[in-house]
Design a protein around this ligand. Structure first.
Ligand code: FAD
Ligand code: SF4
Length: 505
């Protein structure tokens, strides 16, 4: 009997469960990694994401070989052909795969006729096992992040003193919403020069005949576990001490602020959530760092990331099709080309995403996603765009973040109210408005900021639905006190804008 292991492109960790299950027989265990061009053709991707994944896979294959595994690395159109050849050549009687974290990919694997049994090994890339999350979720009425996070802190004994949170409270978020003021000196991000393997992949992606998104070069992401660990170390030394206070701030030309940039590496398996949390907690204990920064960061990884993944597997398979507001507008064409918009906030962030495949959380949520929500864009269209545009995008993290958190398309399973905001928020939390053609204070008139008229139009169009959400009452009260003429003018502006962009789309 010969077991062969198929390592998927987002499972690049030597300790992943399928490899770990054959650790004692690694010289006799054939391992395969496959770059499928058909798979990459099915969706549009950021060109740097293709380079990141394929280069990281090639580096990982080399590391496995150096470790004694017998590795086959194949570039093919489909997955089936190289798998069959590998099974026959190695007389494999069972194919073992770590459970794919994305539903569509699991379906692809299930549809392959391999000619021998396929065995999924439980995925060990998250702290919470799927069945433990199911148990947690089924025992409660509301699936609140805060409850989940506290359970995680207790369960994994993170930032705890016996059964109490260190610092006497669970959450220091109120200290972490400062607007950017004066001269800021965020640390520079740690980037890398492409090595020979990465350069070869860049040339191959350049030659591909399918539509991509964004700039291929300069490509500066790390592609090995060593570079991912270096990014983590760099963040702990330079970003973490001040991560908290300006976590939500957005500043022109400051693409990464104090953020960690670890999501592409975590999502590929090059970093593990436990080691990221441990590194941050250890730095706190050794260097007496500010607790609002340390707790704020740990909540992202131990709280939000695990919660989003748990929900993805807990919710029904048709969650991705949710559309509570029945939004059907096409995505404005400028999402694909930042030069086509004169809304400065969108233009700045979109051009940054084209260049890097990265934006930080508030740029994603309160500008890119918020605008699509208040315009009334189809949630599936904006999700498709996010999937194409970001180097850290995968189905498990897109559905919950875009459909649930960003678009409120699930009617409130995940968020307690829609993340919809007018220009007020962007003006307060960024410097974008001071360099914009539009006036952030205007709701009507030639220079009225579209975030304003769309925001009030959104509340107006959906007020019946929004009444069922307690946290919307104050805002709906403001809407009802609004001058009727003003509201009419905003409706007209919103519809004219949509008409114009439908024609351009
Ligand atoms: P930091 O701000 O340094 O945070 C640290 C880590 O916390 C991140 O690396 C990430 O692993 C984790 N994290 C924080 N918030 C979330 C969250 N809501 N969901 C999952 N993990 C979280 N994250 C992705 O990994 N891939 C995506 O494609 C993605 N798309 C998003 C789309 C929208 C509309 C929104 C609102 C959020 C999205 N996020 C996504 C979550 C979050 O914005 C990114 O994880 C984060 O911005 C990555 O940058 P960072 O590593 O510098 O994060
Ligand atoms: Fe964005 Fe409006 Fe501010 Fe311009 S004025 S940057 S469009 S929020």
């Amino acid at each position: 009997m010969t077991t062969g292991i198929w390592v998927l492109g987002d499972q690049l960790w030597a300790g992943q469960s399928a490899l770990a299950s054959c650790q004692s027989a690694q010289r006799e265990t054939p391992v395969i990694l496959i770059e499928s061009r058909d798979y990459a053709r099915q969706h549009r991707y950021h060109r740097q994401k293709l380079v990141l994944i394929w280069s990281a896979m090639r580096h990982f294959a080399a590391a496995l070989r150096a470790d004694g595994w017998s590795v086959t690395y194949t570039i093919a159109d489909d997955f089936g052909t190289p798998l069959h050849q590998w099974i026959q050549a190695n007389k494999i009687t069972e194919v073992r795969v770590m459970y794919p974290n994305n539903h569509p990919f699991r379906q692809i694997i299930n549809n392959l006729q391999l000619g021998c049994p396929l065995h999924f090994v439980p995925n060990n890339h998250f702290l919470w096992r799927t069945e433990d999350f199911q148990q947690w979720a089924t025992s409660r009425k509301r699936l609140l992040l805060e409850d989940f996070y506290r359970t995680g802190r207790r369960e994994f004994k993170i930032l705890m003193h016996q059964d109490q949170p260190i610092g006497g409270q669970w959450n220091f978020d109120s200290q972490n919403r400062q607007p950017p003021k004066g001269q800021l000196n965020p640390p520079s991000a740690l980037w890398f020069e492409p090595d020979a393997i990465t350069q070869a992949v860049i040339q191959e992606v350049q030659a591909l005949d399918f539509p991509g998104y964004g700039a291929l070069e300069p490509f500066r992401w790390g592609v090995t576990r060593a570079s991912a660990l270096a990014v983590l170390d760099h963040f702990v030394a330079h970003g973490l001490p001040s991560f908290g206070p300006l976590q939500d701030a957005m500043v022109t030309q400051e693409e990464t602020m104090w953020h960690s940039l670890v999501s592409p590496y975590l999502n590929l398996g090059l970093l593990q959530p436990r080691e990221v949390i441990t590194a941050v907690e250890t730095a706190y204990l050794n260097h007496n760092l500010a607790l609002n920064s340390v707790e704020g960061f740990i909540r992202q990884v131990l709280g939000w990331r695990e919660y989003m993944n748990g929900l993805y597997h807990y919710l029904k398979d048709d969650y991705g099709q949710s559309n509570w507001f029945h939004h059907t507008e096409p995505l404005p064409a400028f999402y694909w080309d930042s030069t086509q918009t004169n809304l400065n906030c969108l233009r700045q962030i979109l051009s940054q995403v084209e260049k890097t495949g990265y934006a930080h959380h508030i740029q994603r949520l309160m500008v890119l996603s918020n605008f699509a929500l208040i315009v009334g864009v189809s949630p599936q269209e904006i999700e498709g765009w996010f999937h194409a545009a970001f180097v850290d995008a995968y189905d498990w993290v897109m559905q919950t973040n875009v459909i649930g958190m960003g678009q409120f398309a699930d009617g409130g399973i995940l968020a307690s109210k829609p993340y919809a905001a007018s220009a007020n928020y962007i003006k307060k939390m960024s410097d974008y408005c001071s360099h914009c053609y539009y006036n952030a204070n205007d709701r009507t008139g030639e220079q009225a900021c579209p975030f304003n008229f769309f925001y009030w139009d959104f509340l107006d169009r959906h007020q019946e639905k929004l009444k069922s959400i307690g946290r919307m009452n104050v805002l709906l009260g403001n809407l009802n006190r609004m001058d009727a003429d003003d509201l009419d003018k905003m409706r007209v502006l919103a519809e004219a804008w949509r008409q114009q962009h439908r024609q351009q789309g």
